[in-house]
Design a protein. Structure first.
Length: 142
């Protein structure tokens, strides 16, 4: 069975949408409530590795992309999570499973204001100590 078929089977109903940019670059949209379990399945059950996360402010909400690699086949799969509530955005932290995600979650928290529930150390990483509370440099003013 191909790894992509295994992803579809294991994630099943958690997949809201599936976009294949090309055969080795795939984007899956999932609910924010499913991020920890979906990441666990990719890593523990299927052998993907966590690469990095990225985030952006979009008109419909704050989007986080969690990028995973399956090195054997050269596949990069991104789990896309949309947080519609921009007033108090939050999502579960994946840092307990992936310690390497600690800094990128801190960066996203600091620059976009997304709270990562369960993160062990949410504190400033990039901005000056006197940066105004509640101002996020990567948020678009609408």
């Amino acid at each position: 069975m191909l790894i992509i078929d295994e992803v579809k089977e294991k994630l099943g109903e958690r997949i809201i949408s599936w976009q294949e940019h090309n055969p080795r670059r795939i984007y899956l949209t999932i609910k924010k409530e499913d991020i920890k379990e979906a990441a666990r399945i990719l890593f523990k059950d299927l052998g993907f590795r966590f690469i990095i996360a990225s985030a952006q402010d979009k008109p419909e909400g704050l989007e986080i992309l969690y990028h995973f690699g399956f090195d054997k086949d050269g596949i990069i799969l991104s789990l896309r999570v949309l947080i519609e509530d921009k007033k108090s955005p939050e999502v579960d932290s994946i840092t307990p499973m992936f310690p390497a995600s600690e800094w990128i979650e801190r960066e996203i928290w600091e620059l976009l204001g997304i709270n990562f529930k369960g993160h062990p150390n949410l504190k400033r990483l990039l901005l000056a100590d006197n940066w105004p509370e509640g101002k996020y440099p990567l948020r678009h003013e609408r």
